[in-house]
Design a protein around this ligand. Structure first.
Ligand code: ASP
Length: 335
């Protein structure tokens, strides 16, 4: 390996890459925070997706580092458990050169009764540049954003929004279908408690897709008519001729009561198996944001089958989160 020695320190070619390769996509993201898909224009979304493509390429290289966030501090504040989202935000921040700190709520003073506002004030005093927040209450992330000086990214707030999930889903769809406009997407299962469903409906509409929601009446929001989607209460009509089948997890942690008769019955009527997938177009693709409950909302043969994009969604998650951090960093003070 080519190594340069400068006053006792070693600089590798990759260290030079960190400063010499800014991203090529030059678009201005006119927002200080990313709190939801609501409030983003089609141009904002397309700009983020185009930028994500650069990070897909970078992430497949041996050297994955950029200096975009060098010297910056990113705090991941997760009040709800997360596997994919938290780890991919951590990786995204590190690959862009930030110092990333994960604040575990079980060890923080929130467990001891500190209010969200106190937490915001405490964090503010640490001068972070970006705060990534997940919270069980809808609106909590926006509240924090109003009380803190840095950029805030919503990593999921209650049943409200999960914007980076919708962006990574859109990137996955666009890469496989070549477009979003004109596609028919069926979002199936627990729509009522799903922030993924809400963010996806907003984004897919903004980019010109047709959206159907498919699920039992108990798992559909009462005001579903306001969402501008086609509502189906059975999988046969709901999946008929669709391009994309997006399955959702039963969000039991948000259910206070019994919303489905039994898991066995739920799978029988609403679980995606090979037989139900045949109602969709022959080249339809299957998605799931994870974590999956195999045998509840999706059968393993479909989840691991040739039409599944589920693994690719995880890969796109890192790229999209890098794009979001990169885009927001352009608006940071002294950027
Ligand atoms: N991971 C997604 C979320 O945080 C979906 C899920 O949990 O089912 O909303």
């Amino acid at each position: 390996m080519q190594v340069l020695a400068i006053v006792g320190a070693y600089l590798y070619p990759a260290d030079f890459d960190m400063t010499s390769k800014p991203t090529a996509t030059s678009f201005t993201f006119p927002h200080r925070h990313l709190l939801g898909i609501e409030g983003l224009s089609a141009e904002d979304i397309t700009g983020l997706l185009d930028l994500s493509e650069e990070f897909v390429v970078l992430n497949r290289e041996v050297e994955k580092k950029r200096a975009t966030l060098r010297g910056r501090t990113q705090i991941n504040l997760f009040f709800e458990a997360s596997t994919r989202t938290q780890s991919s935000f951590e990786l995204a921040g590190k690959r862009l050169g930030a110092d990333v700190m994960n604040m575990s709520v079980s060890t923080s003073s929130v467990k001891k009764g500190e209010t969200l506002i106190d937490t915001a004030a405490t964090l503010n005093a640490m001068h972070p540049d970006v705060l990534i927040v997940r919270h069980s209450a809808s609106g909590a992330v926006e509240l924090l954003a109003r009380k803190i000086d840095c950029s805030v990214v919503n990593a999921g707030d209650g049943a409200h929004e999960h914007p980076t999930q919708a962006l990574l889903d859109a990137l996955t769809i666009r890469r496989n279908k070549g477009r979003i406009e004109g596609l028919t997407v069926a979002i199936c299962g627990d729509i009522l408690h799903s922030r993924v469903a809400r963010s996806n409906i907003l984004l897919l509409h903004r980019l010109g897709a047709q959206v159907r929601v498919v699920g039992p009446s108990t798992l559909l929001p009462r005001d579903i008519d306001r969402f501008g989607v086609d509502v189906h209460r059975d999988m046969k009509s709901g999946l008929d001729g669709v391009d994309i089948v997006m399955m959702l997890r039963l969000q039991r942690e948000r259910m206070n009561g019994s919303f489905v008769p039994s898991v066995k019955e739920y799978f029988h009527y609403w679980g995606l198996d090979e037989a139900k997938l045949r109602y969709a177009k022959p080249d339809a693709l299957v998605m799931h944001p994870g974590p999956m409950n195999r045998g509840v909302e999706i059968d393993s043969a479909v989840a691991d089958g040739a039409q599944s994009l589920i693994r690719e969604q995880v890969e796109m998650g890192v790229a999209v989160r890098m794009a979001v951090l990169d885009a927001l960093s352009r608006n940071l003070p002294n950027a």
